[in-house]
Design a protein around this ligand. Structure first.
Ligand SMILES: [Ca+2]
Length: 468
């Protein structure tokens, strides 16, 4: 195992480019009007609590469309569940479409099946399948995303219309021409009517709580015309300075699942440095497990509809909590939306230079080219300031906390050292396997990383927001 004791982990150049720690917002949720949001999810249980959180925040965001990947779900069921939730809450006009993009590395079946327990909730089933039919779009989700960004004529190269609401959709059996022609858009092309001169407020924020496949598709197919319409992408994904959560034959475990599902998509998005990307990785989400206590708290505000729905949805994970005490269920996606809605919740690192691994045994790994400021501070001062971590209430808890911090530090330093060595090997350019390693690396780009979150502040924010 690599340790840091005798070697410098990072070059001065990397440090110079990285990691200015700020708690300022990227864009204020208290802007005068709500920002437009495309919610790009993949049907997991926490995706639905995330949807509730977004819908409960009309002063901050306006959900103009929803795209669903067949990833942490069964897409047909996830489509139903999403439509039912929207219908139940009076948001049936929001267009929803399922992506046609396939998995590279599918999620385990038990995870995908767990979402069935949400779809059967009586709370959202006061309508029939026949009632849902008029709400279904035949447009693939990835093309719906393009339409929402570029206007309803994106498929044909036309540029008319606004980028919101059902005007940008194709319903039922009307397949229209969505996606039929990339036309005048390519990576080097521009849409003449929707260039950089547009008011920034009209650009759309993408909140992606699944794999990046839809975003990558749109960028690859529609190029800068689409990129120019994206205000920013918030993505729950990646594992920057912590270990991954992939346990899969042939994989080294260094990746996070959303990234592993479609590593090439991560690489594609990493190639678009002009599209602001805010990553909410496992580093942050590891702090926010969904516990029985949290679910009980929803019960104490059960007179509120959104709270009943959210608490009931999250109650579906309680058996996971008991069956797998060492592998908690986290509020991965919900934390991501919370950071969009209330950026002060989340401590961010700006301008972290990084790349993604798109193939091989580490595929899906996201690699920062500098250690985190925590590691730098600990190495320099020998201290253990963990920012928002709570003070241990007794000696035993204090010891456990110390061991946890030491383990995190060890993983972090190991990953940084591995990244540095890989960097050296690739830069050397010669030798067995170097060409393959180079091919497996995406372009480098700067990303914003949500590194820390105060768990209780997050839980309280969610509970308060869903008191509706
Ligand atoms: Ca998800």
């Amino acid at each position: 195992m690599f340790r840091m004791s005798s070697r410098r982990v990072v070059s001065p150049g990397f440090l110079a480019l990285s990691c200015l720690m700020l708690c300022q917002t990227i864009s204020s949720a208290s802007a005068s009007r709500p920002r437009k949001v495309i919610f790009d999810h993949d049907g997991g249980i926490d995706d639905y609590v995330t949807l509730l959180l977004l819908l409960a925040s009309p002063e901050a965001v306006r959900v103009v469309g929803i795209t669903i990947l067949d990833a942490d779900c069964r897409a047909a069921v996830a489509w139903n569940t999403t439509l039912k939730l929207l219908h139940t809450l009076g948001h049936g006009a929001i267009p929803v479409a399922v992506s046609s993009l396939p998995a590279v590395n599918p999620f385990p079946d038990p995870w995908r099946n767990s979402v069935l327990s949400v779809d059967v909730m009586p709370l959202i089933n006061d309508l029939t399948q026949e009632d849902l039919e008029p709400l279904r779009l035949s447009t693939p989700g990835e093309e719906l995303m393009a339409q929402l960004l570029l206007g309803s004529g994106s498929g044909s190269g036309a540029n008319s219309g606004t980028s919101s609401g059902s005007n940008a959709t194709t319903r039922n059996n009307d397949r229209g021409n969505a996606g039929s022609a990339a036309g005048g858009y390519d990576k080097d092309g521009r849409d003449g009517d929707r260039g950089d001169g547009d008011d920034d407020d009209e650009r759309i924020t993408i909140v992606a709580t699944g794999p990046l496949s839809n975003v990558a598709f749109v960028l690859k197919k529609y190029g800068r015309a689409a990129a120019a319409r994206i205000r920013e992408v918030w993505w729950m994904g990646g594992a920057m300075w912590v270990g991954g959560n992939v346990d899969f034959p042939g994989h080294d475990g260094s990746a996070e699942w959303n990234a592993f599902w479609d590593p090439a998509a991560v690489g594609e998005v990493w190639g678009w440095a002009e599209v602001p990307l805010i990553v909410v990785p496992l580093d942050a989400t590891n702090a926010v497990p969904v516990t029985p206590d949290l679910i009980y708290r929803f019960g104490r505000q059960a007179r509120h509809r959104y709270s009943v729905l959210a608490g009931t949805v999250w109650s579906r994970v309680v058996t996971w909590v008991y069956d797998r005490p060492h592998e908690p269920y986290y509020a991965w996606d919900t934390l991501t939306a919370a950071c969009v809605l209330q950026p002060d919740l989340c401590e961010k690192l700006y301008d972290v230079e990084s790349y993604a691994v798109v193939g091989g045994a580490s595929q899906g790994r996201t690699v920062p080219l500098a250690p985190s400021p925590d590691a730098v501070a600990r190495t320099a001062g020998g201290g253990g300031d963990k920012g928002s971590c709570a003070v241990a209430p007794d000696a035993e808890a204090e010891q456990k906390e110390k061991e946890k911090v030491e383990k995190e530090e060890e993983v972090e330093l190991q990953r940084a050292e591995e990244a540095r060595m890989l960097e050296e090997l690739v830069e050397a350019g010669e030798g067995e396997g170097q060409e393959t390693r180079r091919q497996h690396q995406s372009a480098r780009r700067r990303v914003t990383v949500v590194k820390h979150v105060d768990a209780e502040a997050f839980y309280t924010f969610v509970l308060d927001t869903l008191r509706l």
